[in-house]
Write a protein that binds this ligand. Sequence first.
Ligand SMILES: [Zn+2]
Length: 299
Amino acid sequence: MAGGCTVEVVRGSPATLVASCDGTVYVVDPGHGRKRAKQLAKKLRGSGSVVIVVTHHHSDHHAAIAEGLADALTGAGTSLRVLAPEADAPAVADPRLRVLATFSYPLDPSSPLLPFRAPGVRVDEAYSPPASVGPLEAVPLPGHTLGQAGILAPDGTLYAADALFGERVLERYGAPYHLDPCVALESLGVIEGMLPRLEAVQPSHGPLTPAPEAQGLIDANRGAIQALLNLILEETGREPLDSGEIAARAASRLGAVPEPGMLMLIEATVRGSLACLSRQGLVEARVEAGRLAWRAVRG
Ligand SMILES: [Zn+2]
């Protein structure tokens, strides 16, 4: 019990944080899939009031709401509210916007190219971090998406969402997805600054990590982002390249599985990296052989 709340983590990828506080249950990122929806509905059975707090617009973090969880709760007479961070709320509600914001291709939300094919989710209220959500604290952790929030529970557990990935995800993807990797680096600094007052950090995809051990994970995430930025500077220092060519080289050098969905994710992260490197004056866009190509600026 902390701050009038009992806090627990339901394991999964993403993990779900559940805080039961004075008659209201706060559910942070319920995850995806009908099985998960059923599991959480069972756990929340008999609750008078449930508040679902979504950290960002990616389908795997909230699809369970529309895949049976909302119907099961409201059908059992539970009052349900769904909250999402202001900048991401439109894409939580509208899967077409979600796909566009993630990949910059207006693909059909049911396209087999997408890792998750999720429906729209009703959002009852947008919150703008930093903000209090009942006894929880929403912390701005953008970069992975425009408006991602981390959620600090009263027991000192920070649900870091996808601002921080577990070691296995870093190994598998090489370059973890971030809309703007430079902003994601700043968010890692925010988590690092919070460590002294935290008990534990929960990456969405990874194990619950005691705060004293989280520094290593922060460093590993920082290293993965920095490795991609360095790789881009190195490759575009040799010759001007377009974002698809850079993604192909990044995938090959980082050992990512070369399938279409994975390359699409990497290319989106490469574009985010190019945007932030150009903001820093480290790369410039030019037209080479008729295509948009990027070249490192020699210092
Ligand atoms: Zn995500």
